[in-house]
Design a protein. Structure first.
Length: 94
């Protein structure tokens, strides 16, 4: 079952897309990371990874599903903010 208290916004850093062609060392791109933001329900977690699902289906049944799950390395997380989905859940339960 969905834990409605586990909806979060996560700000995190990721690597830049790899350079796909040969290039001279003096022509390498600048060193940087990309700032990302993801929103979803926490559906899995380990010491090193946080898994979010932005899409949930068959909500409130014994056959709940998730799609679009992303696994975020905890080492890249800059900030995690809980979102209030309880009020929404109460509306759909009516």
């Amino acid at each position: 079952m969905i834990n409605w208290k586990n909806m979060v916004l996560v700000e995190w850093e990721d690597s830049v897309v790899p350079v796909s062609k040969w290039c001279h060392l003096e022509d390498l791109p600048e060193l940087k990371v990309i700032k990302c933001v993801s929103v979803g329900f926490i559906v899995g977690e380990s010491d090193r990874v946080l898994m979010l699902a932005p899409n949930m289906g068959d909500v409130g049944t014994d056959n709940e599903q998730a799609s679009g799950c992303i696994q975020i390395p905890k080492s890249g997380i800059l900030q995690q903010v809980g979102l209030d989905a309880i009020e929404y859940k109460e509306k759909i339960d009516e």
